[in-house]
Structures are given as C-alpha cells and as structure tokens.
Design a protein around this ligand. Structure first.
Ligand code: OOG
Ligand code: NI
Length: 302
C-alpha cells in the first residue's frame, strides 16, 4: 500500500510542476506535506467505471465509506477510508480516496453515443489477475514490489480506450467538463490533497492560501465566488490550485489540456474533540457543496 501511494505520488510530482514548488515551500516553512486524500474520475462501463477502481482499493485494504450525488454535474461519487492497523488510524495515515463516475442517462443522445463509442473499447478489467496475484503474495512476500508495481501501473494507466478525436472531446465538453477531462486522462489521480490543519506554521486555510498566491504566485480556483469552499461549521474547508496543462495526443494532433491540481484541506475537530492531529478526532468525510466546486479546477479556462 505504502509503495503504491508513493509510486503514484512520484508520477504526479514529476508531471505537475506546481507540486514540487508547493512541496518545497511547505518544507521550507518547517512543515511536512501530509496527504489527506487523492481523487480519481471514471466513465460508465462495466470494465472501467467507479466499481472497478473501488475493487482495486478494496484489495489494498480500503473500505467504502460514504456516497455523494452531484445533481448538476451528473456525477456520483464514493469516498474510501484507508486500512487501519490495530483498530486505529495513527497520525501518519494513508490518504483517503475519492472516486467519482459520470451518470450517463441524462445527457443528450449525441453525447451518450460519443462517449459509448470510446468506453466500448474496454472489454476487460485486470481485477481477477490482481486478486490471484494478491492471494499468491501470502506464499511469497518477495513478490510484494511486483504487485505494487502492477497496481500502480493500473492506477496511472490513463485512458483505457483509444486516443480521442478532438471534436469528440469538444462534444463531451459542451455538456460536461468532467467527461471531457476523463476521456483524455482516464485512470490517474487528478489531485493529491495536503492537510493544512496538521501544519504548525499555518493556522488557517486563509493564511495558507494567501501564502500560495502571494509568495508562490500560484492561482487558486475561485469557483462559486470564493477561494475557500466550506466553513468551520461543516467541519471542512478546502481550496485548490487551477490544474496545470499537459500536452495531450489526440488522433488529429496535440493540444494543451488542464491536467492535475493540488488541493488543500483544513479539517476541523469533531464535537468535543481537540485539535491534536489524531485522525479520529477530525471530521474525515467530504462535503458535496465543496466538492462540486473543486471539480472545476480542471475546467478549460478562457
Ligand atoms: C474530485 C472533486 C472533489 C473533494 O475533495 O471534495 C474532491 C475531482 O475533482 O475529481 O476532491
Ligand atoms: Ni479532493
């Protein structure tokens, strides 16, 4: 598990230059980059949807926690909690996972046909192989690295369907920025989230956001009219950078498309608990209204 998250982190860090800048700045302030969660997006299809991703994380010891519905964006999502050791999460704990999927039925016929034309390419998922490999590990722990590599490969494999035509990307984007992003990037984390409430230097999310904008000159997502999504009363405040672009090969040439971003989360302690860094003391769920705006970090900007 540790190895899979570390591998994914390295891939993300190498591809998204703002990650290194933020990580280094946090370290220079005497704090540590501590991950709250990572997020994946999926398109509907028996062999590629949210349930496939969920089963991969279940194999790694994660358990499904909550379900979320995004009516306007036509998305469903789940959160998964990391494995616990000896019944409790330590302060240093694996990130939670947020996985979403597009709800196809309420989109236009043109949109649905366009999308189905790609996802139909996926005729199998490697779940059986992963399960067998996992069983075999019990007799051969030396194979652990190999197993972690193949899970990493899957979780960073990108789109499991053929390269899109740019016009198709635009057909999807007219109705859903999420669908267009996922058509292009497929299986790969779209963000890692840093826990700001565990930092010594920054006492509020506002303080951290100001630092990122003023000192690092990195722009933040202002969807919904505010940089900070959420309030102390919902126990979770979040902000996010605007996704960095990546050069994407379409069937008809290369285009720059927003790829991945960094999110910042400030979790508040639960009723009657103190702010002492212990995982169980904080609200560990997600907030639909906040998440709704975080999704927009990868929107095309005009
Ligand atoms: C997920 C957006 C939601 C959160 O922390 O609420 C989210 C995504 O952009 O795929 O990450
Ligand atoms: Ni997030």
């Amino acid at each position: 598990m540790d190895k899979v998250i570390k591998n994914l982190w390295q891939i993300y860090r190498n591809k998204v230059s703002q990650v290194k800048i933020i990580e280094e700045a946090i370290r220079n302030q005497g704090d540590e980059w501590s991950e709250d969660h990572i997020a994946f997006r999926t398109l509907p299809g028996k062999y590629c949807d949210m349930s496939v991703m969920q089963q991969v994380f279940e194999l790694l010891g994660y358990t499904k926690c909550d379900e979320y519905v995004f009516k306007d964006k036509k998305l469903n999502a789940i959160s998964m909690n990391p494995p616990v050791e000896n019944g409790v999460h330590s302060t240093k704990v694996f990130p939670k996972v947020f996985i979403s999927v597009l709800e196809l039925s309420s989109f236009s016929v043109e949109f649905q046909n366009c999308l189905l034309n790609y996802v139909c390419d996926v005729q199998s998922a490697p779940l059986e192989k992963f399960r067998t490999d996992f069983q075999n590990l019990k007799g051969n722990p030396a194979k652990m690295n190999e197993f972690a590599e193949s899970i990493t490969l899957f979780l960073s494999s990108g789109a499991p369907w053929r390269k899109p035509i740019f016009d198709d990307y635009e057909v999807l984007r007219k109705e859903s920025e999420y669908a267009a992003w996922t058509l292009v990037y497929g299986n790969t984390p779209n963000h890692f989230t840093v826990s700001i409430h565990l930092m010594k230097k920054f006492k509020s999310l506002k303080e951290f956001n100001d630092f990122v904008q003023n000192n690092l000159k990195i722009s933040l997502n202002s969807a919904g009219g505010s940089i900070i999504k959420g309030t102390p009363s919902v126990k979770l405040e979040q902000s996010a950078t605007l996704a960095e672009e990546s050069l994407v090969p379409f069937q008809d040439g290369y285009k720059k498309i927003p790829y991945a971003f960094v999110e910042f989360a400030f979790r508040h302690p639960l009723e009657g608990k103190s702010h002492n860094g212990i995982w169980e003391n904080y609200y560990q769920g997600f907030v639909t209204d906040n998440a709704d705006k975080i999704f927009e970090s990868t929107n095309i900007r005009n």
